[in-house]
Design a protein around this ligand. Sequence first.
Ligand code: AMP
Length: 509
Amino acid sequence: MVDFRDLGVGLSIADAIGEMGWTEPTPVQEAVIPSGLGGRDIFAQAQTGTGKTGTYAAIVLGRIKSGSRSPSAIVLAPTRELAVQIDLEMKKLSKYSKHRSLAVYGGASISDQIYRLRRGTDIVVGTPGRVKDMIERGVLDLSSIREAVLDEADRMLDMGFAEELNFIIGSLPADRQTMLFSATMSDSITGMAMKMMDDPLKLMVSKDEPCSDLTAQYFIPVSRSGKMERLQMILRNGNPKTIVFCQTKKMVDDLYNGLCRDFRAEAMHGDMPQGKREKVIRNFRDNRFDVLIATDVAARGLDVNNIDCVVNYDVPSDPETYLHRIGRTGRAGKEGTAISFVTKYEDHRIGMYEQATGKKITKIRVDQLEPMERVRTEVPARAEERPFRAERPQRGAGRDRIPAERPARVGNQDGKKFRDKDAMFILQVNLGKNDGVGRMQITDLIKKNTKLNRDIIGRIGLGKTCSYFEVDGDSAEYVIDTLSDCRYGSKKVCVQMAPQKKHYAENAA
Ligand code: AMP
């Protein structure tokens, strides 16, 4: 196995990388870092999720000294969010090398950023508009710049920053290393790259496979009015951590209003103040909510791992945007699912996306989807958000809590029984199909260990590595306590509250 030291990364950066838990370089890092550290210009097709930030950060930090008065490196990024994330990654990677990084972007106080700039930084990470502004005001001294990086260059052009980029690049010393990263390789990007670079190492990372193999892509034919119901079914199917993309801010707001009562959802769009957007991203990263509803601009550069699912509530009109959206999932070696809602007027777009991704997009019905499981550490909900109290009862004590009378069951028109859903809790158990477990095994496990009757158990949803089952609210605590002490074969069973109380796979038996 290759490690970062083999690629020429110095000890202090390699130690910081180790602390970030990166055990081995990604393919882009492996391909680019050695040439970059050698000083060669780089022109790479690499999307978010490929480890591109770590790639150029390792090169920049390996090539510039720390502690300079004026900056030695500049990184340009299309959005404030991305600039902040790059700055964060720079800071983490320079924990031991002591390089200083500063993010500058619009929508925040320029005088504060100027003040920080004057205190000295080695690296400036900025959006093109703010950087140009600072150059014109004479507060950003570029004379010591040795490293220039353009991140998501295609997006910067799409957003109309060509003029700012030309101005900034024209202001840089000629004797520098330039690295350009772009998700796509259009003629305009190639033209720009050739103008600003000298014999670059060209890396078409994923020309034939521009999106991660780890992402399964589906589309669901729907009418406009059928979207909401389908989305709710998807979100209930294993409670995936999901980004839902909408075309307009109004749609984001409408959808948020429709979902917020039943799901832990947040909205994010360009009209929201910067501080609020940053908070939403932080909370999403910390798993404080499950469903982020966003427009493209707001979600651009969003660096959140462990996203299980991307839903294109409205499909984008261009394949690049489709690529960018679905690139939010299937990252850092984890599986992801991308689902597009397609009305009959939009179905021709699927062919365009297939061409862009080089992958088949499979037509599917919601009830055919496998539950999307979340394996993640959740920041504990605040006490008042917990569905029942945090402390567990003494072993066995929970039995006393089972009421003599169970919640009322009401016969439906078929004469079948159904449960008072609000009286049920959903629990998650760390057993699934991969353990050879089916619904019967889960039922038996519960019955055998708790000695409770089958009728405390509601629906059971099976996943590959974990499953979900409903139990009567009054028995939930006891079931968690009792099952968490037992084994299934050689495996220690772990049962906990599913991340949400009421939501559940509609297709569970
Ligand atoms: P990027 O392509 O820069 O947006 O990176 C995507 C995510 O992968 C970020 O959260 C990085 O922290 C993470 N990452 C980058 N390089 C590695 C690596 N070698 N191993 C594991 N994770 C990584």
